[in-house]
Design a protein around this ligand. Structure first.
Ligand SMILES: [Zn+2]
Length: 189
């Protein structure tokens, strides 16, 4: 099994569990990502229990989460990074930021028309602060957030067409909501 995993990660250039764990430890212990540090600070201020079980790397192939790069598991209060879907340290950091936004949002309460509006808002925020953040062109950045939010919301909320409606209804407000970063510009620091 280990051998298959090793060959798989070599062929596809994905991180092995050990590489993922090492890169993660570097980010967490050496404070190399100001955004990760800020999110963790926000989470621990609002709810020290939100990440009680921590952040771990593991292969997700063969599980229900096998198509994902990572996920926040609110029930077990942990983040899992799917090392077999992550290609680089940068992608690991972006995924971690994305999932930390979900963990942060799980500590907040908001007023939403339905649970699917709440889901859509969380996905918009996680993508805007995470993997779509550094895209220079405003229209490409919005497209990146839109596509990701629709794809992720569709899984929980009845397919792509419905997801597009939910995402559209909350897009502008949630795009602007960059907590725990106070303003859009400070989230680059
Ligand atoms: Zn997400």
């Amino acid at each position: 099994m280990l051998t298959i995993q090793f060959i798989y990660s070599c062929i596809t250039n994905r991180l092995s569990e050990q590489e993922c764990t090492n890169e993660l430890a570097d980010i967490l212990n050496n404070n190399t990502s100001p955004k990760v540090a800020r999110l963790l600070q926000g989470i621990f201020t609002l709810n020290p229990q939100a990440l009680k079980r921590g952040i771990t790397c593991r292969p997700c192939h063969g599980t229900e989460q096998q198509s994902r790069m990572g996920y926040y598991d609110g029930r077990y209060q942990r983040i899992v990074l799917c090392c077999d879907n992550i290609r680089s340290k940068q992608q690991l950091e972006e995924t971690l930021i994305h999932e930390l936004v979900h963990a942060f949002d799980a500590t907040r309460t908001g007023k939403f028309t339905s649970i699917c509006h709440l889901v859509a808002c969380g996905e918009i925020r996680a993508s805007a602060i995470g993997q779509c953040h550094d895209i220079k062109s405003e229209s490409k950045k919005r497209a990146c957030i839109w596509d990701d939010a629709v794809r992720s919301t569709a899984v929980h909320c009845g397919g792509t067409d419905l997801a597009m409606t939910f995402v559209q209804q909350v897009f502008d407000n949630c795009f602007k909501d960059t907590a725990p970063f106070t303003t859009a510009s400070s989230s680059t620091s």
